[in-house]
Design a protein around this ligand. Structure first.
Ligand code: ZN
Ligand code: ZN
Length: 693
């Protein structure tokens, strides 16, 4: 097995994208490579890092010129070297990780790491692993990227290579392999051709900054009748609603999207992209061979990207609305003469398979004779975790205690994390089963006041994408964390009162279900797909937003026979009436953002297999609930919750049959009997405990 460590940082947009894409590509072409992506600023600096990022974003947003100053200061003043003392904690953390994991190859997509590594191995004749620096900027490359040694500098394009050679980097160390865009770019459909008679030009407008002006720009663009627009607004639900309103008159020519994971497909299927000059976006546009109009450039770090576009003729950099509209007009004039020129240049230079080629190169590097034969295998039980992947279906694992969360939200609705961030978040915490259940709204009920909530739900035009993305993540979740990932939906059936409102979870779904169906039909559809139908927060709770949803509870004679389970706890709310009615139960965090992890969860005792998990909940036997606490994510291997280590006093309490109130269990997980909320919970818990003891 080859162990590859990719170091990145969440400053700017390009570093993390490069790191993730490279990981995906390596995992795609190698069965036997184990890749970790690490952001050490995230883990070793904690709050400091969040603040630094915030400061960076604030500077970027409001005072571009100040940031330009900071950026060139970094360049000139040998900042990294001078302040390495202040990076002591980072250095210590990286030293520990390298010592423990003994990687076969280290890749850095952020310039600081090469400097830290140089310090760590200063005393040694040779570093025990090859180091590759993947430069994510173009042309105006900060000197921090190459002022510390690296075995290879992989750069996105020839102009950048030339600049680095001029700056004194030995030519034989520079590899022009392209920017590692999502490997999907290599498999995309044929590019679009210019519109024929009666067809329209397709423009993709990515709004991430300059939101105030976006509306006016849209008005102007839509004046051209031969244009249709796809607009992405990211996580900004308010802006989405506002622009939806504004473009309603041209609704047949406008496709308005929130967050999307289909960027490669979108870019490839449009004639022109309008965006800021972010490192990843510019490189993706080039990979998609789609000309780009850049309407914002962050001085310093993005200047090189903008220059690349103009210098190589991939599009244009525009200033202001009028300039933008003029450029659109001239690009499409004379049957798209200028546009065709741009497209030709892109076809000449585009490297959509860069991530795969870089991955091949990395794997070759791993195969080089080992510089340090003294390596020790310190990856605790890693082989076991990473051979599981392909054998999932046939492996019959014995029953064990499984930590589950069946009610979580991503940024497809109103959650903060992407699907893959959520998978990493739960995977790193050793969860056994996770179900993503983004909100889907009943279009018949979204009148008046409630319509603002529509933008906090998965749009119908993104449902297929939602299921696709979760399907892709299922494999990664299992391979990387041995965690079962399920697709689900939370059907919001909101009425005007508490008693007419219901939220229903469909857990482990195969595909979309029409959100306009009534509750009985929806439950039937969930069951047809083999899923579980669960009443979410069925009783009175302290809610952050919205209101109570009591319809199912009020009508339980009708619904109890149909439902598989009821939430006895939702985040910090306990619904003891669910216990009093002896209804089958589960507990979920209704996760929207990281702090929600500290909440009630379900603990099952069964085989680690989707069918077994669902059967266990349906029978509602061997089910207990647990109040989850942890000390943050751990690096691999993920913590296992077995064996449960139970304190002596609790053991004694159990033997004596005295009521269990709260036990601190290994790995920071606390098991409670939910204040005796439910007899079933007690029993299930008791059984799990007995086995553990
Ligand atoms: Zn809900
Ligand atoms: Zn929810």
């Amino acid at each position: 097995m080859k162990k590859i460590l990719i170091l990145t940082a969440g400053f700017g947009e390009g570093h993390n994208a490069a790191a993730r894409n490279l990981r995906d590509a390596i995992e795609e072409i190698s069965e036997d490579a184990k890749v970790e992506v690490l952001d050490l600023f995230e883990s070793s600096y904690g709050i400091w890092n969040t603040m630094a990022k915030k400061a960076y974003l604030n500077v970027v947003r409001f005072t571009p010129s100040v940031w330009s100053g900071v950026y060139s200061f970094l360049d000139r003043s040998n900042f990294v070297k001078g302040h390495l003392g202040g990076f002591a904690r980072l250095q210590e953390a990286l030293g520990d990780i390298l010592q423990q994991t003994q990687p076969d190859c280290v890749i850095s997509t952020y310039p600081v790491y090469a400097h830290v590594i140089r310090e760590l191995y200063r005393e040694q004749a040779e570093r025990p692993f090859p180091l590759l620096t993947v430069v994510t900027d173009s042309i105006t490359v900060n000197a921090a990227w190459f002022s510390a040694p690296s075995d290879w500098f992989c750069v996105p394009n020839e102009p950048t290579a030339e600049m680095m050679r001029k700056a004194g980097v030995p030519a034989e160390k520079i590899k022009v392999l392209g920017f590692p865009v999502n490997p999907i770019f290599a498999e995309l459909a044929p590019e679009v051709v210019p519109p024929k008679e009666g067809e329209r030009w397709r423009i993709l407008y990515l709004i991430n900054t300059g939101k105030k002006k976006a509306g006016k720009i849209l008005d102007c663009l839509l004046e051209r009748k031969d244009v249709e627009l796809t607009i992405t607004v990211g996580r900004d639900a308010e802006l989405k609603a506002e622009l939806g309103e504004r473009t309603r008159r041209a609704a047949d020519r406008v496709n308005l999207l929130g967050w999307t994971n289909q960027m490669p497909q979108l870019m490839r299927s449009h004639h022109l992209i309008i965006s800021k000059a972010g490192g990843a976006t510019v490189q993706e546009a080039i990979a998609a061979q789609t000309p780009l109009l850049v309407n914002q450039v962050i001085p310093g770090q993005e200047e090189g990207n903008a220059r690349l576009i103009e210098q190589e003729g991939y599009g244009a950099v525009v200033e202001g609305k009028n300039d933008l509209i003029e450029q659109v007009d001239s690009a499409f004039a004379y049957e798209g003469k200028l546009w065709r020129k741009w497209r030709q240049n892109l076809q000449r230079d585009s490297r959509p398979d860069a991530a795969l080629r870089l991955a091949e190169f990395v794997l070759e590097e791993c195969d080089q004779p080992d510089p340090s034969s003294k390596k020790i295998q310190l990856f605790n039980n890693a082989p076991e975790r990473f051979t599981l992947g392909s054998a999932t279906a046939n492996t019959v694992s014995p029953p064990r205690a499984l930590l589950c969360d069946l009610h979580t939200h991503t940024n497809y609705s109103d959650g903060k994390l992407t699907v893959s961030e959520l998978v990493d978040f739960y995977g790193q915490r050793g969860f056994d089963c996770l179900c993503v259940t983004d909100h889907i709204a009943d279009p018949r009920r979204t009148i008046g006041k409630l319509s603002r909530l529509v933008n906090l739900t998965v749009g119908e035009n993104q449902l297929a994408e939602y299921f696709d993305v979760i399907e892709r993540e299922k494999r990664r979740a299992w391979r990387k964390y041995s965690m079962i990932l399920m697709a689900g939906l939370e059907f919001n059936k909101d009425g005007l009162t508490e008693k007419s409102s219901a939220h229903l979870l469909g857990v482990d779904l195969v595909g979309p279900i029409n959100p306009a169906l009534d509750l009985v039909e929806t439950i039937a559809q969930i069951h047809t797909q083999g899923g579980l139908a669960i009443a979410s927060h069925p009783h009175i709770m302290k809610t952050e937003w919205g209101k109570n949803t009591l319809y199912l509870w009020e009508n339980q004679e009708r619904y109890a026979p149909l439902l598989d389970a009821w939430e006895i706890a939702n985040r910090n709310n306990l619904f003891s009436p669910v216990s009093a009615m002896r209804l089958p139960f589960v507990a979920n965090s209704d996760f929207h953002r990281p702090k929600h992890i500290y909440s009630w969860k379900t603990m099952l005792y069964c085989e680690k297999d989707p069918a077994a998990i669902k059967a266990c909940i349906r029978r509602n036997d061997q089910v207990s609930i647990t109040l989850y606490r942890d000390g943050g994510a751990r690096q691999s291997p993920a913590p296992r919750i077995e064996p449960l280590a139970i304190s002596e006093s609790s053991r004694a309490g159990l033997r004596n049959g005295s009521p269990v109130t709260s036990h601190f269990v290994k790995n920071g997980i606390t098991i409670c009997d939910s204040n005796r909320a439910n007899e079933g919970a007690d029993k299930g818990l008791q059984r799990i405990y007995e086995r553990a003891i």
